[in-house]
Design a protein around this ligand. Structure first.
Ligand SMILES: [Zn+2]
Length: 354
């Protein structure tokens, strides 16, 4: 774990380095930005650098070899306290901060932070999904934020600043994290061996909105199988709208999850469709860019003349899919959206039309 593993946030590393050189490190920061852009990894790496025994704080580097570095990587450093909501609970409870009722104030994060460091020169807390503190927990934690031990550094992680209680937010300095570039996402997917084919990584990265978490969700094999079924049908010269609608809706149901998850997965399918027609349109206009989708290229080859009308026609398919994207985002029934979309595409793509 070192800064090399972190993409897209070099400016923030430099900012912390300068802050440390000036001796201006604050006692509490909120790392705010979309899920899956590396906020947690950044916080852990920052903690490792501050606890590393071989590098000074001002260097902001971690050797990876000293006992402190090894303990941080294993999650065993006595001065690094990482908390997140307990699994099965929808929010942080006061116990995490003040200990269980029978031992209030003698356990929990606030107690840990009030004590002297055991091996390093500071105590560091990383609080993941900080927006999920309930009011009681936030009030308990507020005391620690208001009167921090001089040896404490608190790093809160949140997807949006708005979700944090104002009392908490106002006592922390904000560090904003932007979405990653598609290129960074594609490289991370290959580097972390999540994807073997670079072209596949590029395609996922472009759909990910700059979030590695989203790109990873898109790796779900069941979702990819549905995408391949969609591409196969779109590229076929005998488009079967009913069969496709059936396949997609039953596939989404089979992947399962709650209504929000099904809506999200349907949205991905629709975006795969958008990518398909976008790739086909770009191929027709001789501007291949981004990910190459072989099925879209074979679809585009149908239009031998490559006339402006052909381009317009492919763009009209793209726009029809884009309408469905909007409908799904505005909460229309997802299965109905897919049915109507497949019907409309079937009509447009029928041999009599072409
Ligand atoms: Zn070290």
């Amino acid at each position: 774990m070192n800064w090399d593993a972190i993409r897209g946030h070099g400016e923030r590393v430099e900012w912390f380095r300068r802050t440390l050189r000036r001796g201006r490190l604050s006692h509490a920061y909120v790392f705010a930005g979309p899920d899956g852009v590396g906020k947690r990894l950044f916080a852990r790496t920052l903690a490792q650098c501050l606890l590393c025994q071989r590098h000074s704080n001002e260097e902001l580097l971690a050797c990876g070899e000293c006992s402190a570095c090894k303990q941080v990587v294993k999650g065993l450093h006595p001065d690094l306290h990482e908390v997140s909501r307990k699994s099965g609970k929808s929010e942080f409870t006061i116990d995490l901060f003040l200990g269980p009722p029978e031992n209030r104030g003698r356990e929990g994060l606030c107690y840990d932070l009030s004590r002297l460091p055991m091996s390093g020169d500071r105590k560091i807390a990383i609080i993941d999904n900080a927006a999920e503190m309930n009011v009681e927990a936030a009030n308990a934690f507020l005391k620690t934020l208001e009167e921090p031990s001089p040896k404490a550094l608190i790093l809160l992680i949140a997807d949006t600043l708005d979700a944090l209680l104002p009392t908490i937010r106002s006592r922390c300095q904000t560090v904003r994290f932007d979405p990653l570039s598609s290129r960074d996402i594609a490289e991370l997917l290959v580097q972390q061996e999540l994807v073997t084919e670079p072209a596949e990584a590029v395609a996922l990265a472009e759909l990910s909105g700059g979030s590695l978490a989203v790109a990873t969700q898109l790796l779900d094999p069941a979702l990819r199988e549905l995408r391949d079924a969609l591409y196969l049908q779109l590229a076929s010269d005998q488009f079967q709208s009913f069969a496709l609608a059936e396949k997609l809706t039953s596939g989404i149901e089979a992947i399962g999850g709650d209504t929000a998850t099904q809506r999200r997965n349907t949205l991905w399918l629709v975006r795969f469709g958008l990518e398909f027609f976008r790739a086909a349109a770009l191929h027709l206009s001789d501007q291949p860019q981004g990910a190459i989708i072989p099925a879209a290229v074979s679809f585009a080859r149908r239009f031998e003349a490559r006339s402006p009308e052909d381009f317009e026609f492919v763009m009209s398919l793209f726009e029809r899919v884009a309408e469905t994207e909007q409908h799904i985002e505005s909460n229309v029934s997802v299965s109905r959206c897919l049915e109507v979309l497949c019907e409309d595409l079937g009509r447009k793509l029928s041999p009599t039309r072409r």
